[in-house]
Design a protein around this ligand. Structure first.
Ligand SMILES: [Zn+2]
Ligand SMILES: [Zn+2]
Length: 315
């Protein structure tokens, strides 16, 4: 079951006493009707709502997102502590023990910080590439040289689709200075979600993977001028700006004006630098770029936050 609204207004609803939720206008109307008629049926109707995306945390101090279908819940990255992950899931009304799997994009600390504890507590499959797993376990060796063990490690290869429950996952290579970094697309119930953060630029292959997404989560890391005059050492500035660093607001805007297919109902700006960017600058640049091709009315722009979970997006 899904609702798809293009070029329509969106309503912000508070449905379960916890976090408010973004819905398309039709689904908000349907939900209101349903609740009025049958207040007891609210939980049932929410469970039947199909695909949802929740950004639990995003930025250089930790990344974590939840992509869920009616029957499968995938955590993408575990870059905040296990305790904080559980806390943020619970604020969204999600039970951490209902997670189906964790997928890791790459081994940088802001994507794996809570992984070892999370894996131990939940005992669910942890998916990453072989090279990412090696890099992660090498970095976590103890004083005896012992590497951490994952009870349920699942290896995937970039470019090869695999299935987690009813969600088809396609990992794809991104240009970033990690062992084998990937972005993902997820397909379930006729919905496509794309996640691409931590990339120095957007190659043609990534543009292809991001076509047709209903929800597009994409990096808008830094404002070039703020980075240039900011406090980072020059070596770090060079790394961030490099072809294997992070995507600037202007590079993302360039993608929106030249290659983006305007497919997404929701565009989520993610992995914003707290030092070298400002949410309103990132939003303004993205919206201005989307507007040049008439896409602003079709793409609602949301900003992922480092410090709190973003309201769930339901489709
Ligand atoms: Zn990274
Ligand atoms: Zn990162």
């Amino acid at each position: 079951m899904r609702w798809r609204v293009r070029g329509a207004r969106f309503a912000r609803g508070r449905t379960n006493g916890s976090a408010p939720t973004w819905f398309g206008a039709d689904s908000a109307k349907w939900l209101a009707t349903k609740v009025t008629r049958d207040p007891q049926g609210l939980r049932i109707c929410l469970q039947a709502m199909g695909v949802s995306v929740s950004m639990l945390a995003s930025g250089s101090r930790g990344n974590c997102a939840l992509v869920a279908s009616s029957s499968t819940r995938i955590l993408v990255d575990a870059g905040i502590s296990c305790r904080e992950t559980f806390k943020r899931l619970k604020t969204l009304g999600e039970d951490p023990h209902s997670l189906s799997a964790v997928l890791i994009t790459h081994e940088h600390c802001d994507h794996v910080y809570g992984l070892a504890t999370l894996a131990k507590k939940l005992r669910i499959p942890i998916f990453m590439t072989g090279a990412t797993h090696q890099a992660w376990s090498r970095a976590l060796r103890d004083e005896n040289g012992e590497r951490p063990r994952l009870e349920k490690f699942e290896r995937f290869e970039s470019g090869h689709t695999f299935q987690v429950g009813d969600i088809a996952v396609k990992p794809f290579t991104i240009p970033h200075d990690a062992a084998d970094p990937v972005g993902f697309t997820f397909r379930a119930e006729g919905i496509k979600v794309g996640i691409a953060t931590d990339l120095g630029y957007i190659p043609v292959s990534v543009k292809d993977h991001l076509r047709g997404c209903d929800v597009l989560i994409v990096e808008s890391n830094h404002d070039l001028e703020m980075l240039r005059v900011g406090p980072y050492p020059w070596s770090v500035k060079q790394r961030v700006m490099s072809r294997v660093g992070h995507l600037s607001n202007v590079a993302l805007a360039d993608f929106f004006t030249s290659d983006y297919d305007n497919s997404a109902t929701f565009v989520v700006l993610a992995h914003l630098s707290e030092q070298n960017n400002h949410p309103e600058i990132a939003r303004r640049e993205a919206e201005r770029a989307l507007a040049t091709r008439g896409g602003l009315f079709m793409n609602r722009v949301l900003l992922a936050s480092q410090t709190e979970a973003l309201e769930p997006i339901r489709l």
